[in-house]
Design a protein around this ligand. Structure first.
Ligand code: C2E
Ligand code: MG
Ligand code: MG
Ligand code: MG
Length: 272
């Protein structure tokens, strides 16, 4: 079903002049092939509850296992997918993989929330809500198992539409998270009105916490801001026991980072 879906309308979707550039044709064609041939994999990174230490959920992160170039990181192929009109099938692919995996975990008695990243193009493309509804039905997964992560910049590229889409998804029971918080140019007015449940502090603020008291101040303020707005707060990029200590002292709800585990294939995820 997925292959059929990928073949639908992709050639005509969002075609732009950039597509005619030879390097785009080559690389974009390879990405298309990657989607069709299973080179696009999904790894999972744990999120820990900072009070209980329990596994609170996982974030699904796309990986391109290129036959000759090795592992290509998402920061290089996600922008390419956005430029070549492949972001819609890519988002669908990751969503399907993540929900199928959540269903497998549920069948094994493990209720794990799975978070999927949604880029600006996907957020504003108009088909995201239908895609999510269809995939939830297909995998017989409750909406409450799914969280969608939107970056601040994706939201701010069209705040009104982002809010409308987020509100519809949330009505379905999907949890919404604001990713990389603090790196986009955020407006507090939008943060106030945005229907999100979770604030993810960008990992750049988690660096050098023992020497950089400004980062500590920012982390403390974001945790308080999120809590005062009724949101759960997640810290990204938790790498050291010192960072963990501080986050626990500041009352941060969840942590994600190399200290707890790197993104890995589902089979390698260490269960509690
Ligand atoms: P993100 O959503 O903010 O994901 C977290 C990134 O931080 C991941 O990088 C993860 O490997 C990395 N990370 C986690 N813990 C640590 C840590 O302790 N230290 C350090 N230095 N890094 C840590 P990754 O997997 O390379 O992904 C980069 C970005 O690519 C993601 O940032 C997300 O914006 C985007 N991305 C990944 N998968 C997808 C996808 O399926 N769809 C879309 N639209 N974007 C994706
Ligand atoms: Mg994310
Ligand atoms: Mg992030
Ligand atoms: Mg990021």
């Amino acid at each position: 079903y997925r292959a059929k879906q990928h073949g639908t309308g992709v050639e005509t979707y969002e075609a732009d002049a950039d597509l005619n550039r030879p390097e785009r044709l080559g690389y974009g064609g390879a990405l298309r092939e990657a989607l069709d041939c299973g080179q696009l994999q999904v790894h999972y990174q744990p999120k820990r509850d900072l009070r209980t230490g329990e596994l609170a959920g996982v974030e699904a992160l796309a990986r391109w296992q290129h036959p000759t170039q090795g592992l290509i990181p998402p920061d290089s192929f996600i922008p390419l997918a956005e430029q070549t009109g492949l972001i819609r099938p890519l988002t669908a692919h990751v969503l399907a993989a993540a929900l199928e995996q959540a269903a497998r975990w549920a069948a094994a008695g493990l209720r794990l929330h799975v978070a999927v990243n949604v880029s600006a193009r996907s957020l504003h493309d108009g088909s995201l809500v239908d895609e999510v509804v269809q995939q939830l039905e297909q995998t017989r997964t409750p909406a409450s198992a799914l969280e969608l992560e939107l970056t601040e910049s994706a939201v701010m590229s069209n705040p009104e539409q982002a809010m409308a889409v987020a509100a519809r998804l949330r009505e379905l029971g999907v949890r919404m998270a604001l990713d990389d918080f603090g790196t986009g140019y955020s407006s507090l007015a939008y943060l106030r009105d945005l229907p999100v449940d979770v604030l993810k502090i960008d990992r750049s603020f988690l660096q050098d916490l023992s020497t950089n008291c400004r980062n500590v101040s920012i982390v403390r303020s974001v945790i308080d801001l999120g809590h005062n707005l009724g949101m759960r707060v997640v810290a990204e990029g938790v790498e050291t026991p010192e960072a963990l200590d501080l986050l626990q002292d500041l009352g941060c709800d969840q942590g994600q980072g190399y200290l707890f585990g790197r993104p890995v294939p589902a089979a390698d995820l260490v269960h509690p």
